[in-house]
Design a binder for this molecule. Structure first.
Ligand SMILES: Cc1cc2nc3c(=O)[nH]c(=O)nc-3n(C[C@H](O)[C@H](O)[C@H](O)COP(=O)(O)OP(=O)(O)OC[C@H]3O[C@@H](n4cnc5c(N)ncnc54)[C@H](O)[C@@H]3O)c2cc1C
Length: 386
């Protein structure tokens, strides 16, 4: 994707070189022990990749979303996983577009140099995953602060972050004019609060994702940490979510390319009945199909990223890109697993690890059903179903 641009080509080459230092053995070990890839995140940060979206005046490289997309695509294409750090890139969309100059001055230089981590995104709650507007965590005004109470779940990387971008309710659901009003976004500085007003509990999952549940008990957040206007947070967070969908789509494209490469190599080398299994069209066609679907999804992802960069309306494109790319990577994963036969299940081939990892994207950050509902309602004009 995006390779007409020389900068992007250079970024792609730079990331490829960096990823060579973190081979499959590295990711396998992190997966086996469910450990955060601290060394990898540090290397990305030290080389400026994690600050790529931060404007130059705040110490970043001032690149566009397409640069972030290529960085994540290449990480996944190398066999690695960007989930340890991708949130910093998409959360940035909300801060950059809706944060005040003062907030940007306070946080961005530290994030750009790697001394401050903005990796946690607190939206989902036990009773509100798909139905974000049902969230119950409250932010109550108290003098020049807000007091946060409630619970988030699936807050990934909370233990590896200094800051959390939090969506909380500032006006009761029954008292808002529009259903999307009444939620506000805060930058929560978690340092010094853990084990006191903030409790973080890890959740062990089928992938190495450093995800957690987070409990807020009378956590005080200064008013200056409110992003934009009180009650308009859902709109601000949607900007971040569209960026997230595009970036997750790029990770899926990277995964898909990894599976296709891996399946093709194995199909060429594995001899059964005295000939390579890749001679059988039953082996070739699923890989070829996954290739075609990946290329189409990559074009859609590129289109969505370019619309995002132009600040145009892009809800439809971001959703379609995520839908197609996650479907393509899952198809490629299936083809790769099937091509490997029993060996696909062996840890040392990395297929089962990547297979588990790419499955997540059918569900998070938004599930396939909900994207289809979005397209039906907002693009095709069909009645709202929920
Ligand atoms: C590993 C992992 C990491 C995550 N990281 C984060 C994070 O960092 N921050 C964060 O805020 N969240 C995070 N999430 C949460 C993720 O965004 C949610 O899991 C996702 O939005 C789905 O919500 P849910 O799990 O509550 O599913 P539910 O809302 O309970 O839905 C269950 C199923 O029902 C379907 N469904 C629901 N309503 C409808 C309908 N009207 N029509 C058709 N189908 C429907 C859904 O599509 C889904 O398949 C993470 C999740 C996982 C698994």
């Amino acid at each position: 994707m995006f390779d007409d641009d020389q900068n992007i080509k250079a970024i792609r080459e730079g990331i490829k070189a960096l990823c060579l230092k973190f081979p499959n053995e590295y990711w396998r070990e992190k997966d086996r022990t469910r450990t955060y890839p601290t060394e990898f995140v540090k290397a990305l940060s030290d080389q400026g990749y994690l600050g790529c979206l931060i404007p130059e005046e705040y110490g970043g490289s001032g690149l566009k979303l397409s640069a972030a997309a290529v960085i994540l695509e290449e990480i996944h294409n190398s066999g690695g996983n960007g989930a340890a750090c991708h949130a910093q890139m998409y959360i940035m969309g909300t801060l950059l577009r809706h944060g005040s100059d003062e907030q940007k001055k306070r946080y961005l230089p530290g994030i750009a140099e790697g001394s401050l981590r903005l990796q946690a995104f607190g939206v989902t709650e036990p009773g509100s995953g798909t139905d974000t507007l049902a969230l119950k965590t409250t932010a109550r005004k108290d003098g020049d602060s807000y007091i946060i109470n409630g619970q988030k779940v699936w807050t990934s990387r909370a233990e590896h972050s200094d800051l959390m971008l939090l969506l909380a309710r500032t006006t009761h659901r029954d008292k808002v004019e529009k259903r999307t009003n009444g939620l506000s976004v805060f930058i929560v500085d978690m340092r010094g609060t853990i084990g006191k007003e903030l409790t973080i509990r890890p959740i062990r999952t089928m992938v190495n994702h450093a995800t957690t549940e987070v409990f807020f008990d009378e956590l005080r957040v200064p008013q200056e940490n409110l992003i934009g206007e009180e009650g308009k947070g859902f709109r601000y967070i949607i900007d971040g979510m569209n960026a997230e969908r595009i970036l997750i789509a790029s990770e899926c494209i990277g995964d898909s390319r990894w599976f296709i490469k891996k399946a093709t190599a194995y199909a060429n080398e594995r001899i059964v009945f005295d000939r390579p299994i890749g001679m059988n069209q039953g082996i070739q066609f699923p890989i070829a199909q996954a290739y075609a679907e990946t290329e189409a999804a990559a074009l859609m992802t590129e289109k969505a990223a370019l619309l995002y960069e132009d600040e145009k309306r892009l809800g439809a494109e971001a959703n379609v890109a995520k839908l197609l790319a996650s479907a393509a990577s899952w198809k490629a994963a299936e083809a790769c697993m099937q091509t490997h036969g029993g060996y696909g299940f062996a840890e040392e081939y990395d297929v089962e690890r990547k297979y588990r990892e790419t499955r997540l994207y059918q569900i998070a950050p938004i599930s396939t059903n909900l994207i289809l509902s979005y397209i039906a309602e907002h693009v095709l004009g069909l009645p709202r179903s929920y």
